[in-house]
Design a protein around this ligand. Structure first.
Ligand code: FES
Ligand SMILES: [Fe+2]
Length: 381
């Protein structure tokens, strides 16, 4: 066989659950919208291919299947006519927000015989990180506590955060794979404003390390310039870019800065600066803050990108960080830098695919997803 005929790995059969999860993995909590955006007017969303409506009533958030059982009108077109209920816009069927049971039918009088006989599916809801999270069940199981699914450091510490939620084209798996992808950042993002003054290596030697429910990318060696035989030298270095000192910090913050590491971040002893966990949560650790991405499946062709930047400061330092987020990070990082990723995610067309050495990051993530989901299904059965 000629070398260029080598077919390599072209499909995703190695990871059957992952392959089948075009609309996401059910059995997890997903962030849907900002808590501050949810009001007493129902709003329509789609998660894991399922249409849901969210509404706030007397302080609490509720999620219902967004379809009236009568004639299939979205309940998100309805309104609240009585406390604790949502009435369909068409004939006024009125459902209990807590359990979805039909409590009244406005156009059939108080003695309507259908009351109590019809039910709309409801979903468990929690509010964390200033967002409304919905549990998408596999069957009739009870959800696991949401705190078991959040990054551990966010459960145990006070923090200040800024973030954005953007609907984006492209399958959620492409978005997650892009987030954890070892190869692209140094090349795709070399033109980003966020990296304007920071040199990036040409290539890295990377290994993947598992710790608890996360896998980490650990950079063993970085190469700042490389000679490509017969072609010449290639480097990301420019005279105006700072070249990070080779310190241990290069594994906790790809700023590679020698600046001191935040004590909360240092205490985590992360093996590597980039890590990923189910059901598609990315963590990028910088010396002073941590960036998270949650890839929320909408349907097979689109997802919701939830990018959050967290700083563990309190008091005045927290205010300073938030001002920096609004003035700088939101536009440079969550804006232009992240838009470069979004273009690639939208354009990705795989499988088939032919992987290369840095893609150990992708195959490790898929293997993690496969293993965790197999275990989840076994536990549920
Ligand atoms: S369709 Fe909802 S009340 Fe008739
Ligand atoms: Fe990227």
């Amino acid at each position: 066989m000629k070398q260029h005929d080598n077919p390599g790995r072209r499909d995703w059969k190695t990871w059957p659950h992952y392959d089948a999860a075009a609309c996401g993995f059910r059995g997890y909590w997903y962030p849907v919208t900002w808590s501050s955006h949810l009001t007493g007017t129902p709003a329509a969303f789609q998660i894991c291919g399922e249409k849901i409506t969210l509404i706030r009533d007397r302080g609490s958030a509720y999620a219902l299947h967004d379809r009236c059982p009568h004639r299939g009108i979205p309940l998100s077109m309805g309104s609240r006519q009585f406390p604790g209920t949502l009435s369909c816009a068409y004939h006024g069927w009125t459902f209990d927000l807590a359990d979805g049971v039909l409590k009244a039918v406005i156009t059939d009088g108080p003695d309507s015989r259908i009351c109590g006989k019809v039910r709309v599916r409801t979903y468990p809801v929690e509010e964390r990180l200033g967002m409304v999270w919905v549990y998408m069940p596999i069957g009739a199981e009870q959800p696991h506590p949401i705190d078991e699914q959040l990054p551990e450091e966010l459960v145990a510490h006070a923090f200040v955060m800024g973030g954005r939620i953007d609907p984006r084209p492209g399958n959620w798996r492409f978005a997650c794979e892009n987030g954890y992808d070892e190869g692209h950042a140094k090349y795709l993002h070399r033109t980003s404003m966020w990296r304007l003054f920071k040199a990036m290596p040409v290539w890295n030697l990377t290994r993947i390390e598992r710790r608890d429910r996360w896998i980490y990318r650990v950079q063993e060696e970085q190469f700042w310039s490389a000679d490509f035989p017969g072609l010449g030298t290639w480097s990301n270095r420019r005279w105006w870019k700072l070249r990070p000192a080779k310190t241990k910090a290069s594994n906790i913050g790809n700023t590679g800065a020698t600046s001191k590491v935040d004590p909360v971040i240092a205490a985590q002893e992360f093996p590597g600066f980039a890590s990923v966990s189910m059901p598609g949560v990315l963590r990028i650790v910088y010396p002073k803050f941590i960036h998270y991405e949650f890839y929320v499946p909408v349907d097979a062709g689109s997802h919701r990108y939830v990018g959050v930047m967290v700083n563990f400061a309190e008091g005045l330092a927290a205010l300073r960080f938030y001002a920096k987020y609004l003035g700088l990070i939101r536009w440079l990082f969550h804006g232009q830098f992240s838009a470069q990723d979004a273009r690639m995610v939208e354009a990705t067309d795989a499988p088939p695919e032919r992987l290369y050495r840095p893609d150990v990051s992708l195959t490790s993530w898929r293997a993690l997803a496969e293993e965790e989901y197999t275990r989840k299904l076994e536990a549920a059965s």
